[in-house]
Design a protein around this ligand. Structure first.
Ligand code: B12
Length: 288
């Protein structure tokens, strides 16, 4: 469970007075818990939500569980942030990567925008070095893992989904080793309020179809980075689409090679930002 902040810690974190923090808590603008002794406690994810909402300049990121590298990165222009992220990922500087990504997040940029913008840009530039640079495969792997770590760290700042939240399940198909696209889709769905499970790369599509049949998630996603070349793989995806359709679920596919699936019953997305639009109408499950 994430920690909570006192009103004085919260005030110090975003550079406001303690009395202002107390007023925010009492007005309901800031959702708080009260201890038995009547002390106001602010859950960290709520403190972060509020800081994002008012685009606060964070003075003590450590109090919000964020990297201290956020401080220097808050004032950098959005365009230079992408360049800085590219450099940090290429050179393997994790502290800089997490500082930049958390600075973007705290400034109000959504996870979807971060994935479609700076991360996609940086990874695409890194990919451009192959095959001329013999270190490129090492750099690609390392940059991927740094993004995974930073995104999972940001995930910790998201509020937990309620028990009756709509559900989602997804993966990248077999022979598709790409970690980031499916992870990003899962985080974006989580950000949209869905309870999700990412089965990760190289997942046999039949396994996903069987699990979807058993669990009937509201949304099933497939991140297709490698082209679907064999008829067998194509048929497996078609079968998955039918399974999801049979119980009224939504089947989303995306990725650089998503167009190589030409079967029916799938909603194709070009970007992570489109996910929010597709899942906007889903309602929470009823208690029964
Ligand atoms: C990292 C990387 C690798 C790593 C992967 C590590 C890992 N475990 O993930 C390794 C080293 C293994 C690798 C291997 C290879 N790679 Co590589 N790789 C990359 C690189 C640099 C980044 C991939 C990535 O994660 N991108 C970030 C993602 C998130 O971006 P994206 O895929 O564009 O996704 C966006 C959208 O498509 C959409 N989206 C994606 N999925 C989904 C899903 C849903 C549901 C939704 C809604 C949206 C959505 O949203 C995303 C964010 O905007 C790319 C360069 C690039 N341009 O991406 C090359 C790249 C993909 N690789 C390439 C190649 C050629 C290869 C290899 C054949 C050779 C090599 N470089 O070793 C092998 C093949 C491996 C295999 N077995 O299939 C080429 C592919 C060219 C092509 N014709 O398609 C690229 C484009 C590099 C290049 N410029 O040539 N690679």
């Amino acid at each position: 469970m994430l920690r909570t902040l006192s009103t004085s810690e919260f005030a110090e974190a975003i550079g406001i007075s303690e009395s202002s923090a107390r007023r925010l808590a009492d007005s309901g603008d800031l959702r708080i818990r009260k201890t038995k002794g009547g002390h106001r406690k602010i859950p960290t994810e709520e403190a972060i939500r509020y800081a994002r909402e008012i685009q606060a300049t964070v003075i003590r990121p450590d109090l919000l569980g964020l990297s201290t590298n956020v401080i220097g990165n808050q004032t950098i222009e959005p365009k230079s942030r992408s360049q800085r992220l590219l450099m940090a990922l290429s050179e393997g500087h994790y502290a800089e990567v997490i500082g930049l990504m958390q600075a973007l997040y705290i400034s109000g940029v959504s996870i979807a925008e971060m994935c479609d913008g700076p991360i996609r840009f940086a990874m695409s530039e890194i990919g451009g070095a192959w095959p001329q640079d013999k270190r490129s495969i090492f750099i690609e792997h390392r940059a991927t893992i740094l993004c995974v770590r930073a995104l999972c760290q940001i995930r910790l700042s998201l509020p937990e989904t309620p028990e009756n939240a709509p559900s989602a399940m997804g993966a990248a198909p077999q022979d598709d080793p790409f970690l980031l696209p499916s992870l990003m889709a899962s985080l974006v769905l989580h950000e949209c309020g869905l309870e999700e499970i990412n089965l990760g790369p190289n997942t046999p599509v039949d396994v996903l179809a069987d699990s979807a049949e058993d669990e009937k998630p509201d949304v099933v996603w497939l991140a297709i980075s490698n082209p679907i070349r064999s008829r067998t793989h194509h048929r497996e995806i078609e079968n998955l689409a039918k399974v999801v359709n049979s119980y009224g679920g939504l089947f989303l596919i995306g990725g650089r090679s998503a167009t190589t699936y030409t079967g029916p019953l799938a909603e194709k997305c070009q970007s992570m930002s489109e996910i929010g639009l597709r899942v906007a109408g889903l309602s929470p499950h009823s208690a029964d």
